[in-house]
Each structure stands twice: as structure tokens, then as C-alpha cells.
Write a protein that binds this ligand. Sequence first.
Ligand code: MCN
Length: 794
Amino acid sequence: MTTRLMGTKVPRVEDDRMLRGRGRYVDDVLSQAPGTLHAAVLRSPHAHARIVDIDVSGVLDVEGVHVVWTHDDLTGAMAEPLPLLIPHPALTHGRTQHALARDEVNHVGEAIAFVVADDRYVAEDALDRIRVEYDVLPPVVGIPAARAAGHLVHDDVPGNVGARLEQENGDARSAVAAAPHRLELDLTVERSACTPLEGRGVVARWDPDVGRMTVWSSTQTATGVRAAVAAKLGLDLGQVDVITPDVGGGFGVKINHPWPEELLVPLAARALGRPVRFTEDRREHFISSAHERGQVHHVEVGFDDEGRVLGLDVQFWHDHGAYTPYGLIVPIITSTQLLGPYKPGAYRVVFESLYTNTVMVTPYRGAGRPQGCYVMERTMDAIAAHLGKDRTEVRAVNFIQPDEFPFDQGLVFQDGRELEYDSGDYPASLAKLKELVGWDEFPAFRAEMAAQGRRVGIGLACYVEGTGVGPYEGAHVHVETSGKVKVSTGLTTQGQGHATVFAQLVADELGVRLEDVEVTTGDTRRMPYAVGTFASRAAVMSGSAVHLAARRTKEKALRIAAEALEAEPEDLEIADGVVSVRGTGASIDLGTVAVLSNPLRYAFDEASKAATQFSVGDPGKPPVAEDDEPGLEGKDFYSPERSTFASGMHAVVVETDPDTAEVTILKYAVVHDCGRLINPMIVEGQIHGGVAQGVAGALYERMAYDEAGQLLNASFMDFLMPYVTEVPDGIDIDHLETPSPLNPLGIKGAGEAGVIPSAAVFAAAIEDAEGIPITAMPISPSELFELRRRRATE
Ligand code: MCN
């Protein structure tokens, strides 16, 4: 019998291939194909400069060089700025880059010229021949400089302010002023980035005979790349296929903008009639992809004797870098999801999105929530400290209660809709977390450690995450005559295990064995209508679509099998790929049902299922069940009413070295609620990965820009990405499952959760260990050392 796979720890079907080195990434595509050309990009060495002149003379004389392009060589839509993907009415001064800079560069790394040559070495050598005359302008680096507006990034953007947005639910300022207790906090989160191990890459081939472009891209949105390539190259959507091979991590940075190279490579492939490829190097990734996180916040909070928040007034400044391809999505998420699981009496939030001469900002795993969680949780800790209360008690009095869902926070999200939480049980999560981390036992542990001269601290942080955003995602399920099931969904995969979880859902719904299901993602030839993988949406969106498409396929299989078995569909059941009539021995396997579903009726050999001859069947009788189309397949799309809100709480116990100020993680505990779990092992893997990235953001990683706008640590020699030795090797995870009422399986997303509370939870634990307020993250040993020194001299 087929067992129900939803909720079980099915090992990942992807792993065998990956672990044996059989992954196939974009750099492997056409790598041996004769005639493939290689592209390289000349990038700005200046953070801010006017381009006076570009001299490319002699470049084409270099043997093996086929193309050298600057902005002046681009025509039509290619010469226009790249699209602003998510506009917002408050973004009064949105700016996007050109594929190749037109007359100004606004950050180190901005693309200026594009060369295609026989190989990458020749292409890079050719770049050295290009002479650019710059009129260097003063750069704007960092939020204080942007606010001071001594210089402007874009001449026509006054004060460097791209947008200002204010939302208020109740009269927060009056509530703060009238509250029995008031506090003010200034909190900073520094700029960081995703740094996936595989950088960006694209390969394109143009077939002039049929007028068709095939693009392979290491992207999170195959359909987005297709739309951009078609629009910019003047092709119909139907002329462009985008295929996403294995992707070695995306974490947000590979959401399509599109990248200049994703347009220039296909353009060159068409112009030259030969395949062209581009794979960025690590430095290019640092200086020409995207960053996130950098925000400065000022909080005023008013609360009562219990720690209940009566008014919360938050202002913050978001460092958007040089361009705004993703509109205001990151600061809007901070501003609307900052409240987490709490209901403040009144809330006002206002932010300014500021231009700086640094790499642009697009969403990075968590997308604005880590900053929001940090602000809210630091505020909760400050309230507890002020009142001398336990930090969990202060949180508990502010929680939205389980009987208050759906809960409307009275705020408007990016799409103009009210932000409404669908379900959750925050008190239950907190109880589990306290148990898991040993919260109540910690004072005794602290005393024990202190007796040994060791310093330890504990922190916790709570968050919510709006997941599974629309507008839609689709799935196609097709049963082959062999009985194997092919499933396609258009979103892409970067390591989340989609081939496993979607197979689980199909196996359950259709009644087939897991090993008979094969899943394809991110291939516009298989599923041309799709959105992409971001915002923790695959489980909710594609999971629901896959489930619905499998149901359709099952219903069709039952109709056809009913005719063949001379039974009623209601009397049939499917298990392990065999349809049988309940209570009788009569049965037919799904492969045979697939054969019967084809009007071009094949005579076939039972054993091998090989077609031996075919006929068109009885012309008077429909070949498949009445009103059905041929083929044993089903397609469906899922479109949610609104996002569903996952939630969670993390706690960490740290030890700080009294001499070196090094922080060691002694225990890390997570309670997570992503509704019904499809595969708990995969969800836990996602949490592990998220926590690892969170540790990175809290303790190590930052973009170190100097005053000239040079990124000083644009390599893995200098950018401190933690190794496995720095990440907790045992993360205790407990799940709570409050199903979402918004989708058929009750699922909520899980892909970003692990990273959201890290800055908050580490700040809390280090503060607890040291007794020094922690207000800026990440915090390195040298910074902690400095804080200690300053306290000692106060
Ligand atoms: N899942 C589940 N049960 C649930 C919820 C999720 O079994 N109730 C499973 C899903 O089926 C999926 C995984 O957990 O296999 C993550 O699901 P989901 O939350 O839907 O997130 P997505 O699949 O949409 O992935 C996107 C998310 C984001 S936004 C970033 S950023 C991120 C992340 O996933 N980037 C990643 N995790 C990543 N993991 C890897 N290895 N690489 C990345 O680039």
C-alpha cells in the first residue's frame, strides 16, 4: 500500500546525484560545445564618476575578439534602463541601471563595456585595452553621508531620498508620550549579502533557422529572465526558452532584475550566431550583484508596568545603494513585519530609502525581516531590563493570542492589501522554547559557570514571516505509459529539495510510489507560466498547485479506469500505481490507463508496454472518458487570497571569552511553526542553513566600504564567511503545526525563517553575558572588546 508521505522525513531524492558530483550547473552547459564564445565585462573602478569618453579602438584587432560593446552600441529597448520590477507610489525617485552605463557610474563594479572572445582569457585581456576617461565625482557612502546630502548620488534626487513612507495604526506618538514608561533606542544593522557559492552565470544559443533563443541561467525566476530577454531583444515570449539547471544557492540575489549579462549574452549569441557564455568571478559577485540589510533605526516606545507596549514609534533609514530595481520591498517588509507576534497599542513607522554610491539592494533571505525582528526584540529586551522583568514575561503579555486570528495589524503591505495574520499559537511556541533551551534553569547554569570564571548569556527572539506570496504558481502532472509520473512546476530550485517534496505530494494524492515520480523545475519549455522561487513561496504555491494537479490526474485516471474495469469511479482506489475495484480482484495499472487515455489507440505488448501497432479505435466511441482530452495528465494553478504567516522563536546560549572577546555558541534552540510540514527533515535543513547564515550576519559578515566607496573585503579571503566550525553543530528544533486556513494542505513557508531572528538573538545573549547594551550588528570580537574598554573607562 502507498503510505502517506506528507509529514515524513523522506530522504532527499536529489542528494545521490549531488553527492556523486553529478550536479549540472550553468557553467557545465555547452562547456565542451565547439564554437562557444566567452564574455567578460569592464566594470567601473570608481564609486561615482561621469564617463567623459570610452575609447575601444584596437580592441577588435586583438585576435579572438568578436564583439566590444558600450552603451552607444545598444539600440531600442536594450538602450533603456533595466526594469523597475516592483514600483510603489511612495518611490517617487526610482532609478535602475542601464545594461551598460550610459554617461555615469554610480558604484564600483557597474558594467561599462562588454567583450566577447574565443575564451575568457582573451576577453579579459581585451578589456585592458579599453580606455575610459572619467570625471570622478564625490561618492556618497553609508547612511549618515546619504542623510547629510553633502553630495548627491543622482543629480535629480534631492537629499538622496528615493522614497519616504509613513504608516500609522493609532496615535503612536501620543501613546508613547502618555505611557507610564518610555524608552528610546538607536539600532544599527550593517550591510551584508547572500554570497551563494555558485555566482551568477548565463549561457545563450540562438537558432536562426527557427528564430528561437535558448538561455540557461543560474536564476531564481526562469520566466522572469524569459520575459526580460524577449522584451529587450524584441522577441515574442514564445521564441525564448529559459532553462535553469542546478543552482548552487540563490538566497535572493538571483531573483531576476534582469542582470545586464542575462541580456547582453543572448544579444551577442544572436548577433554572432554562436553560443555565448558568461560566469562571474567572486569579486564580480561582490561588487556587481546586490547587497542588503544596511539600516539605521530610531525607536521610541511607551509601555505600562507589565511591559505591555502602548505605543511604538519607529523611524528608520534604509541604504538602498545606487539603484532600486526591487522598489521598496525590503524596507516595506521591515516596516510591516517588524511587529512580529505582538500587538502594540499604537504603531507608527516611517522610513526613508536613501541612495548611496554602493552596490544596489535587492532582497536577501529574510528580506528586511532580520532588521525588523532585531528592532522589535531589542525593544522587548530593553523594556524587560527597564522593569527588571524576565524577558519571556514581557513578550508573553504582548503576544497576539490564539483566539485572535485572523489578526489584522492595521498596516498596508506592498500590494496595497491589509496585513492579516492567518493563524498561530505564540504562547505555545514560547512554552516549547523555554523548555527546549532550559530557560528557567539558566540562572543556575550561569552561577555554575561564573564559579569557574566563565561568562555566559542567554537570549531569545520571536518573529513572524509572511510566506507564500502570489500571484500564482502552476503544476503539470503527466503519467507515462510506463507508469512513471512526470511533474513540472515553473519555479526554480536552488537546493530546497523541491524534487523530493513535490514527489511526496504527488505520490500521496495520485497513489503512486515516490520513486516513480520525477520532478522538473524552472524550465519554461515544460511550464511556461510561473513566477519563481523567493519569499518562501514554493511549498505553499507550487505545493498546492502540484497537489491540485495530481488530484485532477487522479480523477481522470479513475474515469478512464472505470470504463476499462466496468465499474464506477467511486468504487475505485489507487495505491502503488495500481487502480483497483474495492472488494474485487479487478485492477489495472496506471501505465495501462495512460495507454488507454491516448485516442491514437496503440496495440501494445503487456510486458514491455511497447507499442506494436496502432489504430484509431472505434470512430463512434470516444477513446477516453466522455469530455476528457487525450493523455493521462492534469494541470492546475493555485492563487492564494493572501500570504500565510509562519512564525518561530529562537534562543541561544553563548559564552564570551573574558580575554579575547570571542563568542562561542553553547546551545541553539528553535521552535518553528510553518503549518503542516511536508518533509520535516527538509524543513530542519532549511532552518540549519538559515541559522548558519544568521550566525554569519550576526557575528561575522559585513560589507566594508571605505570613504571612497571601495569595497575592501570583496573576496572570501577578506569577507568573513563562517565555516562549519563557527556554526552550532547541534541545533535543537521543535515544531508546532498551526495549519494555514488559506491553502488546501494547511502549509506555511519555511525557507527564510532560520535567518530572521539571528541578529536579535545574538545581541540579546551577548548583552546578557556582558551586561553591555548591544545596539549595532554584526558584533565582532574587536567590537565587543572596544565596548568593554569603553565601559571600563566610563
Ligand atoms: N517545506 C516543507 N513543509 C512546509 C514548508 C516548507 O516541507 N510546511 C519545504 C518545502 O517543500 C521546500 C523547503 O521546505 O522544499 C522550503 O520551502 P519554502 O518555505 O516554500 O521556500 P522555497 O522553497 O520557496 O525557497 C525559497 C527560500 C528563500 S526565499 C530563500 S532566500 C532561500 C531558501 O528558500 N534560498 C535558499 N532556502 C534556500 N536553500 C538553499 N539550499 N539555497 C538557497 O538559495
